[in-house]
Design a protein around this ligand. Structure first.
Ligand SMILES: [Zn+2]
Length: 153
């Protein structure tokens, strides 16, 4: 079943929850939330994290690795999954992450008619540990144009 397992976590932002539900349906698999609202900053975490304002979630999806999910959404599925009218960050924290472990992160930055998703990779390579360079910004304009494919080295 393609459902969202909140795993006992609270996510205050309803749009973030809607996107997670869309994502589970899009991939046809159960999505497990591993972190939602936070009141403290974990080791390696950001003091301005959207988790602190209830607008972020960390998660995994059964049967799919983080890179597959990231590349599918980045290259193809963003406009089918993300609710338009908002700006988001979508971060793939890899095995060299400076956070507490590899995971995917979704955060809603703001409400804005000019919506987009910033796809960001951190810690995919040892050199990329702790750096948050924007990989690609995909506009949420209802256009499912395939982006240039990308394979991390
Ligand atoms: Zn996070």
């Amino acid at each position: 079943m393609s459902t969202v397992d909140l795993n006992g976590k609270t996510i205050t932002d309803s749009v973030v929850k809607d996107v997670l539900n869309n994502m589970a349906a899009y991939f046809g698999a159960t999505l497990h939330v591993t972190s939602g609202d936070r009141t403290t900053v974990p080791p390696g975490g950001s003091p301005t994290s959207l988790h602190l304002s209830g607008k972020a979630a960390d998660f995994k999806i059964d049967g799919l690795d983080f890179g597959n999910i990231y590349q599918n959404l980045r290259n193809l599925g963003a406009n089918q999954v993300f609710v338009p009218g908002h700006r988001y960050e979508f971060i793939w924290h890899g095995i060299h992450t400076s956070t507490t472990g590899a995971h995917l992160h979704l955060g809603r930055i703001s409400t804005n008619a000019d919506g987009y998703v910033k796809f960001i990779m951190e810690g995919i390579t040892p050199e990329g540990s702790g750096t948050y360079a924007v990989d690609l910004q995909v506009p949420l304009n209802g256009n499912n144009t395939v982006q240039n494919s990308y394979m991390p080295q």
